[in-house]
Structure formats: C-alpha cells, structure tokens
Ligand binder design. Structure first.
Ligand code: GLA
Length: 726
C-alpha cells in the first residue's frame, strides 16, 4: 500500500463508521489485559479471565453496577460439552478420534471495528486438538444492544487430523442473576400470527424454536423479574436471532435461581463437517438490556431493525397498495386486473399488486415452478398489462413463490431430482394442511443449479415485464429435508445452505435491480424475522384481514418490527354480524402500510368516496406512522381497547390511534368504565401542542401526565388524533 492509499483507506474507514457513537470507547480492557468491560448507553457487560485462562462471563445488566460493588457470576462465557460445566452448551462437537468434549483455553483478544461498531473478538483454543473458537461481541451503544456470534475453525494442518463434526453451535449465551423471571415471547400458526405468551420460568428448560422453516411466531424474547411492571419501566433482558432458517432460543433456569439464555441456529436434524482449515460462522443473536420495560425493549429492537432494512427503500415512504387477490383469486385476466387498477388509481392507490394465478396453469393446478405468464389469461403478454397500469400512474407488483414446485410443472418434469424429500417416503406436505394442489414440494435451494434456475428466471421476468415489486411467498413448510443425491455432509447441512442461497437470491436480484421492492409473505406472516427484515422491505402480516383480529396482530408486530414494514389491506372480510364501518377498517389498516384488497369494482360511490378520503388522510400522516417512534399504549390483550402512538423523530408531530373493542369498556368501577383518558408518550413536557379537531393548546406535561380525553365510545369505534407542536 502506498501512503496515499493508506490515507484514503483511513478516510473511508472513518467515513463508514456510520454512527455518531462509534467514536465512544464502548469496550475497555482492564489494566492487566485480563478483563473487558463493554458498555452501551445504559447497560454493562463484562468478560474476564481466571488465572487458569478460562474465559468467564461476569455480568450483563445495569451500567450503574460497574461503579458499585457487585458479585460477578462465575460462568463460562462459552459453555461447552465438558466435565466442569453445569450450563447448557453453546458448542457440541465430535473430534475425528471420537472425543466429544471440549477443553477451551484463552488464546487472544482484540478490539475490532466491524460495520462501524466496536467489537470484542476473543479466541479460545482447545488444549489438545487444533480447534479455535472465536466469539464476537459487537456493541450497538445507542440502541442498548449487543450482537454475539461465533466462528469455529478446524486448524488441522495435516490430512491425518481429519474432520470435526459440529453437532450444535449456538450464537451465544448470557446469564442473569438469581431471581424469579417472567418470559414474554410470540408464537403462532396460520391466521394467528404473533400470539404473545407470558410464562414464569421455573427450574428446568424452556425452549422456543422452529423446525419446519415457518414459525408464524418469532425468536424474540423478553425476560423480566417477576412482579409488578407497568410495561414502561423495570429491567428487561431481550433479544432475537438473526436467522430465517430453523432457530432455537433456550431458557435454562437453575435450581439455585440463575437463568441462562442461549440462542442461535436450531441444530435439530443437522450437523456441520469442518474439514482441515475450514471454519463455520453462526448467525448473530441480538441481545439487549433496558430499564424501560417491555416498551423500551421494543423501541430499541425496532429502531435497530429500521436501520437495517434494505438500504435502497429504507427511508422511502411505502406506497398505498391495491392487491387483487381477495377480489379475483386465481381468476385473474388482463381485463379484470386493468379494470381494478383504474378504480384503485382513482381512490389514490400507488401500486397495483397482481397476486397468485397469473402464471402457467394445468387445469385447475397452478404450475408453481414455471414462471411465465398464462397466455390464455394475458393474450397480449404480462408486459402489456404492466405498461398500461404504469401509464395510469401506478407501480406494478407481482406474486411469486420461488421456493416451491408442483409435479405438474414443466420444471418438475425436467428436474424431478430438484425437490427436497426422501425417495421412499412421501415427504410432501399434507395437501389438506396447505389447502392447495396435490403434489406440492419445496425446491432444494441448497443446490447450485436450482439457485441458478431461480436467479435466471426472475431476472428474465423482471427485465421483460419491467416489474420492480415481488410479493415473495412461501406457502410450504418442511421437516423432511431429504437430499438423496447429496453426500452425507451435504445432506446434514442442507438447511444451512438452503437459507444461504435464499438470502443470496434476494441479494443478487437486488444487485441486478437496485430499486426492487420485496414483500415478505409465507402463507400470511409465516416467516417474518430479523434475517428477512434485512432483505425485504414490506411484510404481509397475515392472511386474516378482519380488522378486529388485525388490531391484536398489529399490537404484537409493533413490539418487534418497524411500522414501515407492516402491511394491511382493507378487504370485504368482516366476521361481525353488525358489520364494521369503512372508517374503522381504514383506521386499523392505517397504523402501518395501508393497502386495499376489497373487490372495489363492487363498491358504490359512497364507499369509493370514503376510501379516497381515508387514503388522502393516510398520505398526510404516513411519514410519522412509518418512520416515527412507536409507543404501544393500551394492549388489546389486556383490556378491550387498543391504542398505538407514533412520535416523529424530530418530536414535532405525533399520531395516536384509538380502537374500542367493546360496547362496555372494562374497568372495575363505573367511573373507570366511563374513563376515556389516555396518557400519551414521547412529547416534550415543556412544549405546547395542538390537536386537530380539538380547541385550545395542551402542554406536553399535561398530555403525558394528566392525559388526553379521547372520547371514543361504543364497540368498534376508532379515532386518529393528530398532534402537533405549536
Ligand atoms: C398465500 C398468501 C396470500 C396469497 C395466497 C396466494 O396464502 O399469504 O396473501 O398471496 O398465498 O396463493
């Protein structure tokens, strides 16, 4: 390197730090070089070495602890399968000679700059075998988060040393001090995405995990000391795994009261072979500590996620979408789609989404796998419809399911060996469970030829049609990942390679088409996670669009993910005998990304007029909704109302959504039942605010401490308050 290039290199390294806090020394080594103190805005993490060079976890918690005396925990920073360990192991493997325990000792530590964040890298080696384990801990100072991940390397130099088989490798572990703890997590199934569950952790093991690629829930967890909490204060440890394959988070409560939390890839039915010189790196686990209750945990993880959405559209307001699936189902034609598009445009929609049913079909079975349009439905070609819709002034989106194939497709006929499954077993998914065609398989995306086929097909489709929005669906699920032609090693690693190639496909398509939008869908919200947050722009939360159900789902979703990714459609679905007003339906869908999915050709002028007005109102508030700081104020899971508030990043504006779910509000006294007071958050106590539709001004202090009288009475009534700093 010449001096000049060195200078340029430093300039760019500095420039790429990307956040104001990267200059803060968030990792401080002890004077003797045998301990490391990591701190975020309000948390503190310590690692240290014993005199025998064992790497120990000391504590993770309140930053104030570092200044007062505390009793460090004597736990292994990386528990392994060995005799001294009473903890759950992060690493389990087998050496070539059949030895299955590890004996790690400290080798080196360094502080690196990774993606602009100070990162502690501690390398340990086995005392006997040529194995090196490096643990990384990155400090995301301003978000009160750390990221952990691990690289394991087979350092054998000669052939005779042989392969190491990894049987389990999590991303990291932490320990919480002796106490009683409650765990909040989110599980789900089709139509019931992200159901919150709260449980007290008793001695023993509690595991949340996925084994079929499709959790409908989340690896997100929040653990707090058992007891009274208002949701906005109190200690909470939380985290999530940055992975879209099978993941696992384990909570191990000892009989003496300590709690170990560890998470990462789920090694159920999988292993990794490390040949000499090879290494394997886990996905990250993101961990956080806050004293601001679950609300603080959510705000930190949501802000972290928002900064990691795909860069191109990260700060672009999301379009108002019209999706034709609920109107025309599989019966799409060029004509009916164009008619819908014209009305959608008039209402104010900005993107027209052509859902399932547009590609080749054989009888009633859609030819998943053959990604060209059905000429009977689009005699002039799909590109012609796209052009016409674009001429109306709307963008065009299309539904795809790249990872699946049906046996009636040309693709399957040409490559029957491209599917995942065992030869002597019928490992396709029970069609009744999916409610779709028979003989429906998942492609083996671990294969390079499958990857290439998909990449080429989608490049061609996007190029020829000029489409820049994919609704990327995955209705399948899978547990029997047979790869009959693969070596034993390929078979055991098939899930890992599959996910790598799924990510790669999205990333490479984005490189070819930088302005591409990707909507994440998996039979509703089956696969929404941090890994796909980084690679998709928008999420389809659920196939259930009933607004009352959606109020609950939105409340959960916003605990984990940014509102700029939460898509809802106003449809004709309405399970309520009395019927829900259009205003209510729109108010629910307007709390994230607004879309319409109803058969708008059947709507009368009054309905179209309401829709147009609501869409116009949404466009006014959407920058605050999509990019503001979210506060979940009243939980529908705990009462019969729901309230969500967003505050713009500059604190100038706020939007408050209130939904009533019952005629008779809950409360133990008549006064409480009558009360419609809500204390809002995130305002400047000393500033004056006006509220659209209300007289006078209010101080921030008043609105946050005395509260706003929101006057919404009766079941299924809603209101949106627009609050501005004077
Ligand atoms: C899945 C999606 C739906 C729709 C259908 C089409 O169920 O979640 O939104 O796209 O597939 O088959």
């Amino acid at each position: 390197m010449t001096n000049k290039t060195v200078l340029i290199f430093f300039f760019f390294s500095f420039w790429s730090l990307g956040n104001a806090y990267s200059q803060i020394n968030s990792i401080i080594p002890g004077d003797d070089g045998r301990s490391w103190k990591l701190s975020t805005r309000s948390s503190f993490y310590e690692v240290w070495l014993t005199k025998d060079n064992e790497v120990k976890f000391s504590c993770y918690g309140d930053k104030l602890m570092k200044d007062i005396s505390y009793r460090p925990l004597l736990k292994d920073e990386l528990p392994t399968r060995n005799a001294r360990n009473y903890a759950e192991s992060v690493i389990e493997l087998e050496f070539p000679d059949g030895v299955r325990n590890l004996d790690l000792t400290f080798e080196s530590a360094e502080i690196l700059d990774i993606d602009g964040y100070q990162t502690l890298a501690i390398t340990q080696k086995d005392k006997l075998y040529p194995l090196r384990v490096t643990e990384y801990i990155s400090v995301i100072y301003e978000k009160d988060l750390i990221e952990k991940w691990i690289t394991v390397k087979n350092g054998a130099k000669d052939k005779r040393s042989g392969n190491i088989e990894i049987e389990r490798l999590m991303s990291g572990s932490i320990f919480l001090p002796q106490n009683d703890y409650d765990l909040t997590h989110y599980s789900g199934w089709w139509g019931h995405e992200l159901q919150p569950a709260v449980t007290t952790l008793t001695p023993g093991s509690k595991i949340i995990h996925v084994r079929d690629f499709k959790p409908y829930g989340s690896s997100f967890f929040a653990v707090k000391p058992t007891g009274e909490h208002d949701g906005f204060s109190g200690e909470v440890w939380f985290g999530t795994v940055d992975y879209s394959g099978n993941w696992k988070v384990q909570f191990e409560k000892s009989s003496t009261g300590e709690l170990q939390i560890l998470g990462g890839m789920n090694f159920w039915d999988q292993s990794v072979i490390l040949k000499k010189g090879e290494s394997f790196t886990t996905p990250k686990i993101i961990l956080g500590y806050t004293r601001e209750g679950l609300s603080g945990a959510s705000r930190n993880i949501v802000a972290y996620t928002a900064e990691r959405l795909p860069q191109y559209h990260r700060n672009t307001v999301r379009p108002v979408i019209y999706n034709s699936w609920f109107a025309t189902g599989f019966g799409v034609t060029e004509n009916n789609q164009y008619e819908l598009a014209k009305v959608a445009k008039k209402m104010g929609a900005e993107l027209f989404m052509l859902d399932d049913g547009w590609y080749q079909s054989k009888g009633i079975a859609m030819s998943l796998g053959d990604w060209t349009e059905d000429k009977n439905k689009f005699p002039n070609g799909l590109a012609s419809l796209v052009k016409k819709v674009k001429q109306l002034g709307m963008e065009f989106g299309i539904w795809v399911e790249p990872e699946s194939v049906v046996t009636t497709s040309e693709l399957y006929k040409m490559h029957p060996d491209w599917i995942l499954g065992y030869p002597n077993r019928d490992s396709r998914i029970d069609p009744h469970r999916i409610g779709r065609e028979d003989k429906y398989y998942m492609l083996n995306l671990a294969r390079e030829d499958v990857y290439e086929y998909l990449f080429d097909s989608y490049c061609k489709l996007l190029k020829e049609t000029d489409i820049r929005y994919l609704k990327w669906d995955m209705n399948n699920l899978l547990t029997d990942v047979g790869f009959p032609s693969g070596t034993r090693e390929e078979q055991m690693e098939v899930r890992i390679k599959y996910v790598e190639n799924m990510y790669r496909l999205m990333e490479e398509l984005r490189k070819e088409f930088p302005d591409l939008w990707i909507e994440n869908c998996a039979g509703g919200g089956g696969r929404i996670d941090m890994g796909l947050m980084k690679r998709t722009d928008i999420s389809w939360v659920s196939d259930v669009t009933d607004p009352v159900v959606r109020i609950f789902m939105h409340y959960s979703y916003l605990a984990l993910y940014p509102a700029s990714t939460m898509l809802d459609l106003v449809t004709d679905a309405d399970n309520h005998e009395l019927g829900l007003s259009m205003g209510f339906k729109f108010d629910v869908a307007m709390s994230g990304i607004l879309g319409v999915g109803a058969n708008i050709l059947a709507w009368n002028d009054m309905q179209l007029d309401i829709a147009a007005k609501k869409i116009a109102e949404y466009k006014e508030i959407r920058p605050i909704v999509q990019f503001g700081i979210p506060y979940r104020l009243i939980s529908p899971y705990e009462t019969n109302r729901s309230a969500i508030q967003y505050v713009s990043q500059d604190g100038e504006k706020s939007v408050l959504f209130i939904y009533n779910l019952s005629e008779d509000p809950s409360g133990s006294t008549p006064e409480a039942k009558q009360s419609t007071i809500i204390r809002i958050k995130g305002l400047d106590p000393n500033a004056a605010y006006t509220i659209e539709g209300m007289d006078g001004t209010f101080s921030g202090k008043f609105l946050m401490e005395q509260g706003l009288d929101y006057h919404v009475r009766g079941a299924y009534k809603s209101r949106i308050f627009k609050i501005s700093k004077k």
